[in-house]
Design a protein around this ligand. Structure first.
Ligand SMILES: NC(=O)C1=CN([C@@H]2O[C@H](COP(=O)(O)OP(=O)(O)OC[C@H]3O[C@@H](n4cnc5c(N)ncnc54)[C@H](O)[C@@H]3O)[C@@H](O)[C@H]2O)C=CC1
Ligand SMILES: C[N+](C)(C)CC(=O)CC(=O)[O-]
Length: 337
């Protein structure tokens, strides 16, 4: 890959190829961050749908703050894919999740985009190694996996394929950060990346339960939104479970609940919980906690739950601010349902 024609901070023009749910969401995000955006999508009604999506997203984007000069008027819809990427400084591909289509489209984008410009795919799970097979310059192709909607959910997972240049991965990671995203740059390819691998595990169990009549869709959704989901908005599953071990943290949690990994709770194959895995989990949690004590983490978690409840309209302000706010929380939520 020739070196990128500009630094991530200098990018002004972005091309979005494929303008459905995710491509359209990317368009809205980049417009809100003040970029000129050129989009292309082969569907006959694509432009109308895209402009509708941007208009619908704009009030939320205005509420969270627009970049100077940001405007939906800075969107151009191109007649061909070649025209869309001709003077782009970054390309985001969000076409349907079909491997053959991704392969040929990425090769076409590579042939049409200026040399050195980084091209990212929104794929939900294909490794870039499998998608970059037909491109003349596979070195500039990276995965930039967003979350729906890309204009509100911060995370982008960035990873290259076997033929991707490390410089392209680094450039894309920096660019997404400059463009207001929260980035995880993965060192190695993993089908489904990190978050979808986790989401799919949960999803698989949800489908098992529904298929077997063990739980309803509502029960499954409520079990997350009224339960662990409140914690996950600000503290990940590992540190959350470390607190399940009380003052003993992750070590005690694993010794106490580890054997239940083999219980019939799950249909998934459980990993062998050997000493190495135990140590990796304990060390990882210690590192994530940093200088924070268990008590500090508990206070942080509790405050976070209150903030999320308040933010989602499930906690009246006066109760949240009282000293007895936490004991009242469950009945308050129940009242509102
Ligand atoms: N929907 C989601 O929640 C998420 C989807 N993704 C990924 O984003 C990508 C797009 O998915 P969605 O937006 O959900 O699909 P979608 O079906 O909403 O949009 C796909 C768009 O691509 C267009 N298209 C069809 N053939 C094309 C081609 N040859 N070149 C360019 N565009 C073409 C379609 O007209 C359509 O507008 C997929 O790779 C998907 O895995 C990633 C994160 C989340
Ligand atoms: C459903 N999905 C696998 C396409 C979801 C994602 O890839 C990310 C998300 O938005 O949750």
């Amino acid at each position: 890959m020739p070196s990128s024609p500009c630094a991530p901070e200098e990018v002004r023009r972005v091309a979005c190829v494929g303008a459905g749910v995710i491509g359209g969401g990317w368009v809205a995000h980049f417009l809100a961050r003040g970029y000129d955006v050129t989009a292309w999508d082969p569907a006959p009604d694509a432009e109308e749908k895209l402009r509708r999506l941007v208009d619908a997203a704009w009030p939320a984007l205005t509420q969270i703050g627009l970049a100077d000069g940001a405007s939906p008027d800075r969107l151009t819809v191109a007649a061909t894919v070649e025209e869309a990427v001709a003077d782009a400084q970054f390309v985001q591909e969000s076409a349907p999740e079909k491997l053959e289509l991704k392969r040929s489209l990425l090769a076409r984008l590579d042939a049409a985009a200026p040399p050195g410009v980084v091209i990212a795919s929104s794929t939900s799970g294909y490794p870039m190694t499998d998608m970059q097979t037909e491109a003349a310059d596979p070195g500039r192709l990276v995965v930039g996996h967003p979350f729906n909607p890309p204009y509100l959910i911060p995370l982008v997972e960035v990873v290259g394929g076997e033929k991707t240049d490390a410089a392209a991965v680094e450039w894309a990671s920096r660019f997404y950060k400059v463009a207001g995203k929260s980035v995880i740059t993965m060192e190695r390819e993993l089908p489904g990346f990190i978050a979808n691998r986790l989401q799919e595990a949960l999803w698989r169990e949800a489908l098992h339960m529904v298929a077997n009549g063990e739980a309803t869709v509502k029960e499954i959704d409520d079990s997350i939104t009224e339960g662990p989901g409140l914690r996950w908005a600000f503290m990940g599953p590992c540190l959350t479970f470390a607190l399940a071990g009380g003052e003993g943290g992750m070590g005690h949690m694993l010794d106490h609940f580890g054997p239940s990994l083999k219980s019939p709770w799950t249909r998934l194959e459980a990993p062998e919980l050997d000493d190495t895995l135990r140590a990796a989990m304990v060390d990882g949690c210690d590192e994530a906690a940093g200088s924070r004590t268990i008590a500090q983490l508990v206070a942080e978690r509790d405050q976070g739950v209150i903030d999320v409840l308040r933010a989602t309209g499930r906690l009246p302000r006066q109760r949240a601010e009282g000293t007895d706010a936490i004991p009242h929380t469950p009945s308050t939520m129940g009242d509102e349902k």
